[in-house]
Design a protein around this ligand. Structure first.
Ligand code: MN
Length: 338
């Protein structure tokens, strides 16, 4: 596989790296790592994401080179951290899938259970067992074909791993992940520096700190206290989202409530759109399955979905909580059966 990817890269000059419409530290870190690695090979690299890079990721150097219009002139594309059509609404809407399908395409991902797979890919490497993040997968491939990993590339790969493993703390973390972290450190990535950058960027204005208190106050519990959720309406999105993304403000605190296994931050928009960010605690790896059931995607501990088909928020919430409860119960039954 790695050799075939090397051949495709060898034959291309202009290379496009595509992220899905749910950018996170892994997809952005993977894009930026590829930008450096392929750039060092003398390629012209373009990065695309259909939506704006969220503010909480803007501590990553180079985020502002990600385009949100798809360039039409390229020889090869990489799709990183996604392998399903579901997460590419913007390409669907603009009708630009044709451009991507008309050229060789390499899909690199670590989400195993995707529905509607991107079946046109020239090469698809979807490894859901041995790597913690797409960045780690890129690292493995780059080593197999002896591509140079600059300190900048190493840093972006490290960020991708820390993002998906929540700082090496969830069980996506593999033995190979610790080895990769050691190798990346040798290559010049500095975890302490990365954490400092992220913390500095994560500092919030006073008004946001106080808003966080209100979100905590409004948090509700469901399913015998195993699911925590909160709703952010349009007027708060307008007021606070430009300053800070409301989800990350409370979502990890919600997972710290005793007995809570899953947290949900719903956002409701005036045009009827409902979105949800899903996070789960170690031992309750159902976030991705819940998101898929609701028409979205993600992985075991972090996922999301959006509903735009006119269903009311009340209906979406009821269905989401019902299915989440079922998945948690199913998980317990599997554990008991073992
Ligand atoms: Mn990922």
């Amino acid at each position: 596989m790695a050799q075939k990817i090397k051949q495709l890269v060898g034959a291309a000059q202009r290379i496009l790296v595509i992220q899905a419409d749910n950018p996170d530290a892994d997809s952005l870190g993977s894009s930026l790592a590829l930008e450096h690695i392929l750039g060092d090979l003398g390629k012209d690299v373009y990065m695309y994401c259909g939506v704006d890079i969220p503010t909480y990721l803007r501590y990553m150097n180079g985020w502002d080179r990600v385009l949100n219009k798809l360039p039409s002139n390229f020889d090869l594309s990489f799709i990183v951290d996604a392998s399903t059509y579901t997460l590419f609404d913007q390409l669907e809407k603009t009708g630009h899938w044709g451009w991507v399908k008309g050229k060789p395409c390499v899909v690199l991902d670590h989400h195993g259970t995707a529905q509607n797979p991107l079946d046109f890919a020239t090469i698809s490497v979807v490894d859901d067992r041995d790597v913690a993040s797409t960045g780690q997968l890129i690292f493995r491939i780059a080593r197999q074909v002896d591509w140079r990993i600059s300190p900048e590339a190493a840093e972006h790969i490290m960020t991708s791993i820390l993002g998906d493993t929540q700082g090496l703390m969830n069980d996506l973390t593999q033995p190979s992940t610790y080895r990769a972290m050691a190798d990346l450190t040798e290559l010049g990535a500095n975890r302490a520096k990365l954490e400092e950058q992220r913390r500095e960027y994560g500092r919030m204005p006073e008004i946001i700190y106080r808003y966080r208190g209100r979100l905590i106050e409004r948090t509700e519990l469901a399913a015998d206290g195993t699911i925590a959720f909160v709703t952010v309406p349009q007027e708060e999105i307008n007021e606070y989202s430009p300053l800070y993304n409301p989800g990350p403000l409370v979502q990890f605190d919600m997972l710290q409530i005793q007995g809570v296994r899953l947290s949900l931050v719903f956002k409701t928009y005036d045009n009827g759109r409902v979105t949800a960010a899903i996070r789960s605690n170690n031992g309750s790896p159902i976030a991705g399955k819940l998101a898929e059931h609701m028409g979205g995607g993600g992985h075991a501990y972090a996922a999301g979905f959006k509903i735009e088909d006119g269903r009311s928020y009340a209906d979406v919430k009821t269905e989401c909580l019902r299915h989440a409860t079922e998945l948690l119960q199913g998980l317990d039954q599997t554990i008991e059966a073992n």
